[in-house]
Design a protein around this ligand. Structure first.
Ligand SMILES: *Cc1c(COP(=O)(O)O)cnc(C)c1O
Length: 404
């Protein structure tokens, strides 16, 4: 073994005792063969063998290694290993998007006749997955308010196999009590799946709080610069095996280029999240004092109904701030249109600040009744606080609020 390989192996062993900041930069095999300092992109669909016997061994599962990039690819593996280290998971399974990761989790683990209990305050496309896709295969879903413990309990059926929540929720920053949901799930032979997009592993580790599977849309903070779409599921080897089994057959695979972007994104995740969170806190506190604002949703504010729970589950409060302006949809749209710095888009988690009107964009496909039940009003706006100077972000909002 070369000295470089040996040092790499030593380093990976050392990382077990290192801080998350160090693991975000270093965890995961360095897959290169030319002693590159940065990870190469393995742009290859397949792999070659030295003999018929070696090929047979690989395909037959006798020897470990890559066969075909729909199954595994070294660049993707490095991303999976680094994320697993950050979330404290045995294994990560990367997917072509956050939705592909979720589809792989649900179709990998559920069968006809199974039942899901889900928070009603989740990413819009996930409601589409439950109601339009899984429902066709006889998998039903009951929605509950994420903070109503009695509602969660009452929704459990003998065939409930997965409890699902996002915390903090999008866009209202409701906090699901992960410890409570984990006990409820495990008392009823179900798995707890947590969508950790808004926090990232830097702020919250759902597995350590009792969740069985954690998922991310890497499209958001993990990339951090709005370049690529990707996702990942993480958990024990045992729970990831059916997820991987679905993914390698269905082809919901992450591309090596995207994995490479995410690996590099992770190296600055810690620094970026700190900056996003510090600025978001200032923006939330400022918004709270403005006469044009009806209500601010940010779990870092002591006025947030679950500030105490958020402080226990999370180390910081995230980079997304939502608020109701005084008035109707027109007033909210005028605020959007009068910003000059922020980008008008549905995405979040970017270095660039973004502003979104959820009721007509990200949550536009929900029925008005479902939207009302989830508390997504026509006068609600969501700001993803970027890495620009916070003074400039606040000045932009100030300019925009004059339009209310
Ligand atoms: C974006 C998002 C998803 C879906 O991820 P994609 O990468 O867009 O498929 C899931 N959950 C949350 C909370 C998201 O914000």
């Amino acid at each position: 073994m070369s000295d470089v390989r040996q040092r790499q192996e030593q380093l990976q062993a050392l990382l077990a005792s290192c801080d998350i900041k160090t693991r975000a930069v270093r965890a995961g095999q360095l897959s290169g063969t030319e002693q590159e300092h940065n990870d190469p992109i393995y742009a290859t669909s397949s792999y070659i063998y030295g003999s018929a016997e070696e090929a047979a061994g690989r395909f037959g599962g006798k020897t470990q290694g890559n066969i075909y990039s729909r199954f595994t690819n070294p660049t993707v593996t490095t991303f999976e290993q680094r994320m697993a280290s950050l979330e404290g998971a045995e294994r990560g399974v990367a997917a072509s998007s956050g939705m592909a990761a979720l589809t792989s989790i649900f179709l990998g683990h559920l069968k006809q006749g199974d039942h899901i209990v889900s928070s009603n305050s989740i990413f819009g496309s996930i409601i589409g997955l439950f109601d339009n896709v899984l429902a066709k295969f006889g998998i039903t879903t009951t929605y509950v308010c994420p903070t109503d413990h009695q509602a969660w309990q009452a929704a459990i059926q003998p065939n409930t196999r997965i409890l699902f929540a996002e915390s903090p929720s999008n866009p209202l920053a409701e906090i699901a009590d992960i410890g409570f949901l984990s006990k409820l799930a495990h008392g009823t032979n179900a798995l707890l799946v947590i969508d950790n997009c808004f926090c990232t592993p830097v702020i919250q580790n759902p597995l350590a709080l009792g969740a069985d599977i954690v998922m991310h849309s890497a499209t958001k903070y993990i990339d951090g610069q709005g370049r690529c779409v990707g996702g990942i599921a993480l958990g024990s080897d045992e729970l990831m095996e059916p997820v991987f089994g679905f993914l390698r057959t269905a082809g919901t695979t992450m591309s090596p280029f995207n994995a490479w972007v995410f690996i590099n994104g992770l190296e600055t995740l810690q620094l970026r999240m700190r900056a996003h969170c510090e600025s978001a806190m200032q923006v939330a506190a400022w918004l709270q004092d403005q006469p044009q604002i009806e209500r601010v949703y940010y779990s870092g504010l002591s006025s947030h109904p679950q500030h105490e729970l958020a402080s226990r589950q999370q180390t910081m409060f995230g980079g997304v701030v939502s608020f109701n302006v005084n008035g109707d949809q027109n007033a909210a749209w005028r605020v959007v249109d009068n910003t000059q710095l922020m980008s008008i888009t549905g995405n979040f988690g970017d270095a660039k600040s973004t502003i979104t009107h959820p009721a007509t964009t990200t949550h536009g496909k929900m029925t008005p009744e479902a939207r009302a039940a989830a508390g997504i009003g026509d006068n609600l706006l969501r700001v993803s606080v970027g890495l620009e100077a916070v003074e400039d972000i606040i000045a932009d909002l100030q300019r925009a609020l004059i339009a209310v």
